[in-house]
Every structure is written in C-alpha cells, then in structure tokens.
Design a protein. Structure first.
Length: 655
C-alpha cells in the first residue's frame, strides 16, 4: 500500500458516516488541511512538529469553526530527531495522521475506530499489535486507565485473540520484566501498563509537574511487532517500549481527561478531548511488514537514484545510514523550501542549511556522480519528492516552487563546495605534520566550516591520527563560551531558558560523581550535551547499569540536592587542581591557572572552599547555580544505553 493510499483511506474512514465498531455512532469527522510546516504568526516556534500543535487553542476550549470532530494529515518536522535519522524509524520530516474529538466522543469510540482502521482497512494482522495504557499514579491520585485496557481486551477478543493485561511500570522495569510483565512465568502480555513517563500527556509532563489549572490525561499507544530478534544491547528483555527496533510505535491516542486543581488533586474536565497522532510512514512500514520506514514507496525512487549513481548497495551496512540521511534530508528540505525557508545562518534557515550540507556530505560519502545545476544529485532527489507529493500537497505543483527549490539547492551546494575546497587546502597544509591536533581540527571546523566528520575521514584515508578527544573538549568550551555569550545577549526574555540549562549543568556534576560512587572511580566522562530539557552524559563503563544501580545514582543526586551544597568556583594552579583529583575532560589541554567548581561541603565558602571535603570537583568554566538547592525538582534518569563499545549514555532530567 502506498502512503497516498493509506492517507486517503484514513481521511475517508474518519470522515465517513460509518461507525460499526462503536455500536453505530457515526464517525463523521471534518477533514481539515495540514497547517503549514512553518507556523504562521508564531516567532517562538520554528516548525510544526505534530498534528496537535496547531490545534492547541481548540483543545483548550476555543470552539473550532469546523466543528468538534476533525481529521487530517499534518506535515511535521522535528529538528530534535536529526541525530536519530539513520535508524529504522525516525525521519526529520514526516506526516502525522490525526483525529480529534473536542469534547465529543471518547475512549469507547476512539480505540475501536483506530483498531478497525489498522486491521480491517490497512489489513494489519491483529496478532502483531501490542498496546499500552496508563498504570495510574497513587501519589497524585490519578486512577489507572482500566477503561482503555478493557476496551482493548474486547477488541482483541473480537478477533479471536485472548489478550492478557499486565503491568510494567517504568521503561527500565520493562527491560527486566519483558513481555511477561508481572504475569506468572510463561505467560505473555498484550496490553501493558506503563507509568506516567510513558503514558501520560500534559504540556508540563508528568502529573506532579503540572501547575494548577493545567489539563492532561492518560494515553494509549499501539505498537506493531515485526518479530525481529531482540537486540540485548538495549536491555536484557524486550518489551513494547524497547528501542531495539522489534516494536514500532505507530500511533498514540491521548485522552485529555483531567484538570489539576490548586490542592494538587485531579478532577474530570467538563469537556474531555481525544487527540490522536500516528506516523503515516510507520503505518506504511507495518503494512508492508518491513520495519524500515525508508523501504516505503515514497523513498523508493530517490534511494534507487542514489544506488544507480553511486554504485553502492542500500543493504551495505557501511552505506545504509548515508542513503537514509540523504533521502530524509532532501525530502525535508523540499518541504521547507516550498514553505519559503531559505538557507541562512540563523533559525529556520540554519536548520535548512544544515539539512542540505549534511545531505551533500553523505552523498559524497556514497560517492554519487556529481552533476551541475538541474543535474545535481541533490536537485534530482528534490524533484523526485515534488513528483511524489504534488498530488497530496498541490502547493508543491507550481512552476515557481519547482524553480526556486532547484535553484536554492544548487546555490547552497555550490557555496558548500567552495567551503569544502578552502577547508581541503587547509587540511592538506596541517596534515603535513603527520597528525591532526585538536587545534587544527577546531580551526578547520570553526573558521573554515569544514565538517569534523570530513576531517576524520580524510585523516583515516591517509592513515594519520586526529586528536578527537581534544577536539571534543575544545568544542565543549566553545559551546560554553557561546552559550555564556548568548545568555548575556538575551538576558531578560530567555533568562528562564538559560537558568534551566545552568541547573542541568550543575546536576551533571552531581551525576558524574554519583556514577563514580556507584560504578567505581574508573568511570570517566566521555562526552556531554545539555539542553534546557535534559542533560546527556557519555561515560566509560562496560556493561548495562542494573535497575538498582540506576536507582542508587538517582538517590545520591537527589540527596545532594536536598543537602543544599554550596557551589564554589575557584581559580587555582593546574597542578594543584590535579592533585585534588579534579575531574577533567579526557585529552583536553589546560592553561596554568584553571577554573574549578567544587560542590560542598555545607559551610564551604569562596575564601575557604574546603576542597578536601567537597563532594565533587571538576575543571569547568561554568556557569552553575550557586547552591544545589536551586535544582528545583527531582533528578530522574530517563534512559541508560550503549553508544559505543565501553561507552554508555545517560539522559536525565530534573522533573
Ligand atoms: P518515538 O518515541 O518513536 O520518537 P514519539 O514518542 O516522539 O515517538 P509522538 O510524539 O507520540 O512520538 O508522535 C506521534 C506519532 O508520530 C508516533 O506514534 C509515531 O508514529 C510518529 N513519529 C514521531 N516521531 C517520528 C519521527 N521522527 N519519524 C517518523 N514518525 C514519527
Ligand atoms: Mg520522539
């Protein structure tokens, strides 16, 4: 089934008057057009990332001019998924199928309709469908979503499947409990209860983080089981929310059911909404029984072109990621150009530039034959996508769009080629030394705009070393400086944003130390990244952390937050810092006088930092909060996974 067919079927199914599964209640949704991928009149949001985003005002109570049952396919773009592109299921641009009830129907209609759509319309085998529901939150008095679980059980029974309901809890629990959940050994769940981090929606996240007056509710996800073998790299046991690729999340029904009261309790909303979102490409992948979203029809011709002009095989593991990146990025770029975005160094334009340059780089890696102007490979890819999508999105059809799209891509390619040329000259110059120092790699990247991946690859071809760790350290410092710079620049408006990042930065220090306490002193930081939502640390350790170890680390960090340790910055001679055992970035070079941050003990001051009693000391330029008590919320590890041999990655939040 092509995505055009699936999209049409979905829109017809929800807009038609049929409704057998709900005991005769007619579906009758109004089809609304996709909102533009670039939000109108909203400078705070770069792109539309879901079908719900443009509908938020209506979900919050404003009447919608088209009524209270809506359906569409929304063009969505998620810049935050750019690093995920290359796996089997993430693309930056995708279409989200969505249907909404604004205070109208609820769980008893939504779940049967979606199930009927998947099984009877698309033809998915119900034996391959697994679902999740909200386990409940005793502390906050939100009940378990037994209604959804019961509806699911009946739906499966209708297909002759005895669906067992079981509890998981957190994602971490899932890796321990597997498909059995908490059923007796040997049995298999089909309907799984997960906690609020997986099955709860509100704009503020989990129930305890919601302010008074905020609506939220449980959600219920549907997963397709491709039956591929579990990859233990992700955890001991496989479960529906496992990231190994066996299960693909194809849709999520959010039930906006509650509102939080000033006393912290949850009461039913007077008007309850349904917000459903499902990935069109992923449903198509399920329909063809292939877990690779890049194997669906819209990508076939583009990938075919790339195969033809590169002579490489898509199934070759050395090249598959590059095939996927070029195909994904060119599709996204085509839609962005149509929406009026042009390559530049800021905001949306920067995202587009990054997509085009990354695509160019990976096309080069594939070794595709170069063409000029309209014959450029990237232009050909874009033209392919215009062809594929112009029926569903007529805005792509105009001659104007065709001309500007192809012109802009070629212009950017040429400019990037110049950049690369200058970078190549510089590379050849510094490569004469027989190795590439961190300074050289840094200058190549920042001054010449020469991608670090290219430096690595060229060095590899010539058999010379690159100081990768030193480069990572230099980049980290560079980012910190520019972050500090932009904090100055935006003081006021974005103050809150930088505060969040600063808090997570301090939490990062607590986390590294806690990891060393629990896993041993040989744990070293190997990379890090902090956004205003979460922190990420890569560290050396050779096996997956157990659930107990994760819990212990969380406990230590939360204890240190509760202890209200002073955070003290001191500038001291490098030797002295080293003697104190201050953590430093692997391979980084430091000046004679260094800045260190120490956390604790209580009572320590700038004049008397009591380094010997500090909980943690790190070489660091900051910025940090001045006391750990400013880390509002509970420290929580969301993910612990492998990134490379001997290197683990943790993502954590203050929630
Ligand atoms: P995932 O955990 O797989 O990244 P998500 O939790 O971010 O998914 P939602 O925000 O619930 O997904 O979005 C609704 C639906 O959109 C998902 O069920 C999925 O089918 C689809 N979807 C989300 N992100 C992507 C993506 N990057 N590429 C393709 N489809 C996606
Ligand atoms: Mg996601």
């Amino acid at each position: 089934m092509t995505i055009n067919e699936i999209r049409t079927k979905y829109l017809e199914f929800f807009s038609s008057k049929g409704g057998s599964a709900s005991g005769g209640k007619a579906r009758g949704h109004t089809i609304i057009p996709s909102a533009p991928i670039v939000p109108q009149n909203d400078p705070t949001t770069l792109f539309t990332g879901s079908g719900m985003q443009p509908l938020v005002p209506y979900l919050l109570g404003e009447p919608h001019p088209k009524g209270n049952r809506l359906v569409n396919s929304q063009k969505s773009f998620r810049a935050e998924d750019i690093e995920e592109v290359g796996d089997n299921r993430h693309t930056t641009f995708f279409e989200m199928l969505g249907n909404w009830s604004l205070g109208d129907y609820f769980k008893k209609e939504q779940l049967p309709w979606f199930f009927e759509f998947l099984t009877d319309e698309i033809g998915l085998d119900p034996k391959n469908l697994y679902v999740t529901a909200f386990i409940g939150d005793e502390k906050n008095n939100v009940p378990r979503d037994t209604e959804s679980a019961e509806v699911w059980q009946q739906l499966f029974a209708g297909k002759g499947i005895e669906a067992e309901i079981t509890e998981i809890g957190s994602e971490q629990d899932g890796y321990r409990l597997g498909m059995t959940g908490r059923l007796p050994a040997g049995r298999q769940g089909r309907i799984f209860y997960y906690d609020a981090r997986k099955n709860w929606w509100s704009r503020a996240g989990v129930p305890e983080n919601m302010p008074a007056g905020e609506p939220g509710g449980p959600d219920s996800e549907v997963f397709y089981d491709f039956g591929t073998p579990h990859d233990p790299k992700f955890g001991a046991e496989c479960h529906p929310n496992c990231d190994c690729g066996r299960f693909l999340e194809i849709g999520n029904s959010v039930f906006m059911q509650y509102i939080k009261q000033a006393d912290g309790s949850f009461t039913l909303l007077p008007k309850q909404n349904v917000d459903f979102g499902g990935g069109l490409e992923r449903i198509a992948a399920a329909a063809q029984g292939n877990p690779d979203v890049f194997a669906i029809d819209v990508f076939a011709d583009t990938i075919g072109l790339l195969i033809h002009f590169s002579g490489k095989e898509y199934t070759d593991s050395r090249y598959q990621r590059s095939f996927r990146i070029v195909a994904d990025h060119m599709r996204a770029a085509t839609f962005m150009l149509e929406a009026g975005v042009r390559p530049s160094n800021t905001d949306r334009g920067y995202v587009l530039r990054r997509l085009l340059r990354r695509a160019a780089q990976h096309a080069q890696k594939l070794g595709v034959e170069h063409g000029e102007g309209k014959d450029s490979m990237l232009v050909k890819c874009a033209v392919e996508f215009i062809e594929k999508y112009k029926q569903a999105y007529p805005e792509l059809q105009s001659e104007d769009v065709y001309e500007t799209t192809t012109d802009e891509i070629w212009k950017e390619e040429k400019q990037f080629a110049h950049t690369l040329e200058d970078g190549m000259k510089e590379f050849e110059k510094v490569a004469k030394a027989g190795h590439i120092s961190s300074d050289d790699a840094f200058v190549l990247f920042t001054t010449f705009g020469f991608p670090f991946e290219m430096t690595l690859e060229l060095a590899h071809e010539r058999g010379i070393d690159v100081d990768e760790d030193g480069f990572a350290a230099a980049m980290k410092k560079h980012r910190e400086l520019s972050r500090a710079g932009s904090e100055q620049k935006f003081k006021g408006g974005l103050a809150d944003t930088s505060e969040k990042t600063t808090r997570l930065h301090t939490a990062h220090h607590l986390l590294l130390k806690a990891l060393q306490v629990v896993l041993g002193p040989s744990v070293k930081q190997r990379g890090s990244n902090i956004t205003q939502e979460r922190l990420r640390i890569d560290f050396s350790y050779s096996s997956k952390m157990t659930v107990e170890q994760v819990a212990q680390v969380e406990e230590i960090v939360n204890e240190k937050i509760a202890e209200a340790l002073p955070v003290i910055r001191s500038t001291i001679p490098k030797e002295e810092a080293e003697k104190l055992g201050a953590e430093h970035e692997f391979g980084a070079k430091y000046p004679d006088m260094v800045s260190v941050y120490s956390l604790g003990p209580v009572g320590a001051t700038m004049d008397d930092p009591q380094f010997d009693k500090a909980f943690s000391i790190e070489f660091c330029g900051g910025p940090h909060v001045s006391n750990t008590s400013e880390l509002i919320g509970t420290f929580k590890i969301q993910k612990e996974e492998a990134v490379a041999a001997g290197i683990r990655r943790i993502k954590a939040v203050l929630q």
